[in-house]
Ligand binder design. Structure first.
Ligand code: E4P
Length: 214
């Protein structure tokens, strides 16, 4: 399973890159706005920190303008993946970018039917939002079930489109995504820190350290 870090915070990416287990980065307009830095500059800086897929989201509304904006990002670095919204204009743009060999990540996916449309348009990735769908469905399994169902649907027809489990709120979402067969989980820095913690590990380390002193 690939781990992407879900942030535009350069310090978080810098620290996480030292662990040797981060395979890519996803950003979105909220994450970029939160950092308050220049969009293109931030994306460029990220490409120097992680040698893997870096998702940058287009903002334009029409397919033609999305494609134009996508070229602006794509020419920055070969690792750039264009994040495209789950709309008909986004699907049209995905199809055009596929023809140009530009990788895409269709985002804001909340159903199997949406994921299938993106796969048919040649999307490299689809991003089902686990946390948001759990909140919407008032469930702690709705997101996991969605990832599982997309996995089954893609495997039924041999789609090569990869699944990025997104909108991850806690380590359990990462476990659920792995058990559902997601290709990638894009994980906020805070959740990455939580993933490594377990009280029994802490307790065990203390016991071993005490024993080692004797
Ligand atoms: C990643 O590609 C998504 O934009 C991100 O995971 C969304 O997370 P949120 O639901 O916390 O905004």
């Amino acid at each position: 399973m690939k781990f992407f870090i879900d942030t535009a915070n350069l310090e978080e990416i810098r620290i996480a890159s030292t662990w040797g287990i981060i395979d890519g980065v996803t950003t979105n307009p909220s994450l970029i706005a939160r950092e308050g830095n220049d969009l293109l500059g931030t994306i460029m800086e990220i490409t120097t920190l992680i040698d893997g897929p870096i998702s940058a989201e287009v903002q334009e509304a029409s397919a033609e303008e999305m494609v134009e904006e996508a070229f602006k990002f794509a020419r920055l670095h070969p690792n750039i993946v264009i994040k495209v919204p789950m709309t008909f204009e986004g699907i049209k743009a995905t199809k055009k970018l596929f023809a140009y060999g530009i990788k895409t990540n269709v985002t804001l996916v909340f159903s199997v039917s949406q994921a299938l449309m993106a796969a048919k348009a040649g999307a490299t990735y689809v991003s089902p939002f686990m946390g948001r769908i759990d909140n919407f469905a008032k469930s702690d399994r709705a997101g996991a079930d969605l990832v599982e169902d997309i996995r089954i649907a893609f495997d039924n027809y041999g789609y090569e489109t990869m699944i990025i489990a997104a909108s991850i709120r806690h380590p359990e979402h990462v476990s659920q995504a792995a058990l559902a067969g997601s290709d990638v989980a894009t994980i906020p820095y805070k959740v990455l820190l939580e993933m490594i913690e377990h009280p029994l590990t802490q307790k065990g380390l203390e016991i071993f350290r005490e024993a080692a002193k004797k």
